[in-house]
Ligand binder design. Sequence first.
Ligand code: UDP
Ligand code: MG
Length: 323
Amino acid sequence: MEFKMSLVVPMYNEIDNVDFFYERISEVLNKNNYDYEIICINDGSKDNTHARLKEIASTDHRIKVIDLSRNFGKEIAMSAGLKYSRGDIVIPIDADLQDPPELIPSMVEKWQEGYDVVYATRIKRDGETFIKKVTASFFYKFIRRITKIDIPADTGDFRLMSRQVVNAVNNLPESHRFMKGLFSWVGFKQTSISYLRDARFAGKTSFNYWKLWNFAIEGITSFSFAPLQLAMYLGFIVSIFALIRAFFLMINTLIYGNPVPGYPSLMVTVLFLGGVQLITIGIIGEYIGRVYGESKRRPLFLVRETINIDIEAQQQEKELYKL
Ligand code: UDP
Ligand code: MG
């Protein structure tokens, strides 16, 4: 069967990986005689990533480059790549070679068996700290618990998607894009293959714990109302305790009279309630902030330059997405 493949590669300060990535991926793709395009999104890198991509693109027209106007973050960079992709199948892949390109042929086989999404599940993560592994696994468990959609655990963005799925994702209007969630939300026939996740080839991860924490909040608030409901349940629990305590105090006073009124218990109650209120207001704030973000209706990303993207496709983009 003849088909065209698009690889979507977000890149942020990946100068040390670009060449090796290009070599390794081209080797796999050429060996299998695929008809492919590699869409590299330069996500506002501060190093020479863009210049190097440009050089490669001038010798190989299958390399297409989208230069974003600034750093928009991986999720948005990936969205940009998906919008420019033209393949019958699309595979987002990291530039640091943590996702082995050698898996692509087996993903394609699954697609040919009739699956729309083939995601790759890591069974081992090399070169990542113990804390990152533990927090990541906790996050996946938690999010699966509180959302209705089935976000597979230990699965990155590395997956094969059919054109139908990519179009569905492209047409989702939200600007808060937790891609893993969106990929699952659209549904279709999904399956998985397992692999060992390698350590980064070069460079450092750009996700520190603060970024990961925000990423987790994004994922949870994008797909679940549970935290909002938390306020209600906390309220119930606190009220019930308060009622029980009031009852005991009443009995106590009836039997023993009222000696010194309790300053400590008062203080604890006030502080506890204050804390609960602040937490719940904070949670509501998270959601309101997102509603505000969506209501601004800003474009997802701005493009400074594209290379090897044909004019026709660009015009189509302009009409479709009002870039
Ligand atoms: N990335 C990006 N924009 C960012 C941060 C990261 O496009 O703001 C890209 C990065 O170049 C890489 C991929 O996203 O190709 C994964 O990033 P990283 O390896 O830092 O994340 P990790 O593997 O630690 O989750
Ligand atoms: Mg990485």
